[in-house]
Design a protein around this ligand. Structure first.
Ligand SMILES: [Fe+2]
Length: 386
């Protein structure tokens, strides 16, 4: 039997627009009259988004329960707790409200609620069935709103793998720039940089194809100036909207082609140091990783530079591709993310463990990198990021 050269699938219905959260009740009603809302313990309460969503659902006659124990690097224990709650309350729908962590956790909860085994088991045994999931994104970063992926941390071993089966696609994604406008500056910056790295790695990796490249280029185009704008003008709904769309495009891109070494190395960083925000870890690792891939990715960097508005003037290829790496550094400094691993509280002696773990929990990302990378290379990149 021939194998398709390209095989692309994404069943998520996307609702985008200011105030579109008001449709959440009508959308949810299609799936169940009992919903479990999975969220974190703080920001959605502070901004009023949780209260607003619960009222919208109630007005549509949906009975809701809330699991608000999701932490920034969610653990498998939190997901097992949420799944237990979903089963006990008879939820027929899981709604993930918040950033990447609650949305990822909603998908994992939906899987675990259907089975009767701890969610960690699904890393080994593919899940075939899950409760329907709706995502309501409050950040523009993870892309989790539109793809099948979920990331969780094992608090005993500090492993932080990602997984994603076909049954884990959200049925519908609600992307409302008004909700993202409440993000504080650091969250805007760190999640926004995640969008950039998703686009970069999905367009450059070994698994990249014309679809992931097209999504990524659109994301780069939307990112241009808008990360800084959303950071400096939190209530600028145009910039927020463009960042929200960039996040969705990048989320679709990684759904097709996966990520590379920046993610491969970052997951064990924040797995071992759960207080480190994913985007901040990515920021520290970006330049040395981009340099590691330089020879193979030069043309790609030049293309992205063009989409992000870096002027070429008369620069020869190498200089223009290097100007792109500098542009990324400038972009990070402009949003106060000019960080190194030591600034994030990482201990130097942990670097060998991090390098090793990248090849176990994030094997697919390390193997997808456009340039073959060994554990010794990974350690060198970590040292250069320190
Ligand atoms: Fe990411």
């Amino acid at each position: 039997m021939p194998t398709a050269e390209i095989n692309v699938f994404n069943p998520v219905r996307i609702h985008f627009g200011n105030g579109i959260i008001n449709m959440a009740g009508e959308i949810a009603k299609k799936y169940s009259g009992v919903a479990l809302v999975v969220t974190g313990g703080e920001s959605m309460q502070k901004t009023g988004a949780l209260e607003r969503l619960l009222k919208i659902l109630k007005d549509s006659g949906i009975k809701t329960f809330v699991y608000d124990g999701i932490t920034p690097n969610p653990t498998c224990d939190e997901i097992d707790e949420a799944a237990k709650m979903a089963r006990e309350k008879g939820a027929g729908l899981v709604i993930g409200l918040g950033g990447g962590s609650p949305m990822d956790s909603a998908k994992a909860t939906a899987v675990a609620a259907k089975g009767n085994v701890p969610v960690w088991e699904y890393l080994k045994n593919p899940a075939k069935d899950a409760l329907p999931v709706i995502t309501v994104a409050s950040t523009s970063g993870s892309g989790s709103e539109v793809n099948r992926y979920s990331v969780m941390t094992n608090p005993k071993t500090c492993e932080k793998p990602g997984f994603g089966y076909e049954c884990m696609y959200p049925k519908e994604a609600i992307i409302d720039p008004e909700i993202t406008a409440t993000m504080p500056p650091f969250v805007t910056a760190s999640t926004g940089f995640d969008v950039f790295v998703h686009s970069l790695e999905a367009s450059a990796g070994k698994a990249a194809n014309v679809f992931s490249k097209a999504y990524s280029l659109q994301a780069f185009h939307l990112l241009k100036n808008n990360l800084e704008k959303a950071y400096n003008e939190p209530e600028n709904l145009e910039a927020r909207g463009k960042m929200a769309l960039a996040s969705a495009f990048a989320g679709l891109a990684i759904n097709i082609s996966g990520v590379g070494i920046i993610h491969g190395l970052e997951h064990p960083v924040s797995g071992n140091y759960p207080k480190v925000a994913h985007g901040a870890g990515l920021a520290a690792l970006a330049a040395p990783s981009l340099k590691y891939n330089f020879e193979t990715c030069k043309r790609n960097y030049m293309l992205i530079a063009k989409h992000m508005g870096v002027k070429r003037m008369d620069k020869p290829d190498d200089e223009y591709a290097l100007a792109f790496i500098e542009k990324i550094g400038d972009m990070l400094k402009a949003v106060n993310l000019g960080l190194r691993l030591k600034d994030l509280g990482i201990e130097r002696e942990k670097l060998p463990k991090i390098a090793k773990e990248a090849f176990t929990t994030m094997k697919f990302a390390m193997e997808n990198n456009p340039v073959t990378v060994s554990e010794a290379d990974a350690l060198k990149i970590l040292e250069a990021s320190y």
